[in-house]
Design a protein around this ligand. Structure first.
Ligand code: ZN
Ligand code: ZN
Length: 406
């Protein structure tokens, strides 16, 4: 089969690889209908996530049809169309039983890699390095999905794949970010980063009752989408002092909740931005934190910081004093997709939520190398790219060989 494989920094290729096999009785094989490139795939692409190996198959956002089931699978059959959550969860450990699905204790055979650094770590994730289990990802024609009875959700008849493919990650991730803010009627929620997760967080904050939603970014097309799709007020952080603008917009108090949908590759401005870039390049700090510092400064006293942008290591100049002095609550972590999926699927079915409205690019899988570049450089007003592994590149499109050379 064909699959998008990691070969090093800024080097992904569509390779011919062996088809996946059932290895455990709870597995299914899914024929991938659609798969997305995620902002967190760019951390792999940019070489910020250790324990990637040449030839690893990328991709943790995918939907498709079951073509083979292990002998222990009871909830699904060949031919079922399914949504696959990006975290892999066993369903029986203490964490899964407490709905902390992405922290599953049994699904990551390589959790020891991070234990001495973090104390403990999360469950397995498709296509996301060996420290998250080394599972092959879904940017491929086929993928093996373990613990199928636990994680998968059947797609109701009549719902196209495109409407639900974002329920695999960014939609529940954005929803959890907003849910962690414990929004009360009248609340103002500010969201740093108007990429896919930020947009979903804003839509979710509206759905959960926020009166005002404020989106912060520097790309006009993202700010425009935040305004049109999420009815957000918007701030361009290259044009205004964000903390000051937010104070002015909220009568001097600051937003009730601040969501970080940026993560470790935040692009800072001024002296602080240069400081972070230099230290990260020299490996003196692992993560750039300009967004996180702004969030902490801007949030009202007693407010909530909700962090969904990915962080991986140690940070410098972290304003712990402000968190303490202002009595802030901090939430962070990977989304517990399994917890939110049924509810979000119902909202899509009832047309209360339309995640696919943020998809800007639809391409055959063969064009993945160029697509990663487009997404990285935010070219062509790109916000979210969906790849179709079953559609082969037509004569009008570059073939696999040309795509490889892009
Ligand atoms: Zn993702
Ligand atoms: Zn578990």
């Amino acid at each position: 089969m064909r699959a998008v494989c990691w070969h090093g920094k800024h080097d992904v290729r569509v390779d011919e690889v062996a088809d996946p096999q059932i290895v455990s009785k709870g597995d299914v094989i899914v024929k991938v209908a659609l798969t997305c490139i995620c902002g967190s795939d760019l951390h792999l692409y940019n070489g910020y996530v250790p324990t990637m190996k040449k030839g690893d198959i990328m991709g943790h956002e995918f939907v498709g049809e079951i073509v083979e089931t292990g002998s222990g699978v009871s909830r699904f059959h060949v031919g079922d169309r399914v949504i696959v959550p990006f975290p892999i969860s066993c369903g029986v450990c203490w964490y899964c039983k407490h709905e902390l699905w992405s922290l599953c204790d049994n699904s990551n055979p390589n959790s020891w890699m991070l234990e001495h650094l973090y104390g403990d770590t999360g469950g397995g994730i498709f296509g996301y390095s060996h420290m998250y289990g080394g599972f092959s990802g879904g940017q491929a024609e086929y993928v093996r999905v373990p613990f199928a009875d636990v994680g998968l959700e059947k797609i109701p008849d009549g719902i196209p794949y495109e409407q639900v493919v974002l329920l695999t990650d960014i939609c529940p991730t954005g929803y959890q970010a907003a849910d962690n803010c414990n929004i009360s009627p009248g609340d103002t929620v500010a969201v740093w980063g108007c990429g896919p997760v930020g947009l979903m967080a804003m839509m979710s904050a509206r759905h959960l009752g926020a009166e005002r939603v404020i989106g912060i970014d520097r790309f006009p097309e993202r700010l425009q989408m935040a305004h049109s799709q999420c009815r957000a007020e918007v701030l361009n952080y290259e044009e205004v002092d964000v903390a000051e603008a937010l104070q002015n917009m909220t009568g001097g108090r600051g937003p009730d909740s601040c969501i970080d949908a940026v993560g470790l590759e935040a692009v800072g401005t001024g002296i602080e931005g240069i400081y972070d870039s230099v230290k990260q390049t020299l490996r003196l700090e692992t993560d750039r934190t300009s967004a996180l510092r702004q969030l902490t400064k801007a949030c009202r006293k007693g407010g909530t910081l909700s962090i969904v942008g990915v962080y991986s290591g140690f940070i410098d100049n972290f304003p712990m004093g402000a968190i303490f002095a202002k009595g802030l609550t901090l939430h962070a972590g990977q989304a517990h997709v399994h917890k939110y999926l049924p509810h979000l699927l119902k909202l899509v079915e009832e047309q209360q939520l339309n995640p696919s409205s943020i998809i800007t690019h639809r391409l055959p899988l063969d064009q993945a190398p160029g697509a990663y570049k487009t997404f990285l450089n935010k070219q062509d007003a790109c916000i979210k790219i969906v790849l179709n592994p079953q559609e082969s590149a037509s004569a009008a499109r570059p073939g696999p060989e040309e795509a490889r050379a892009v």
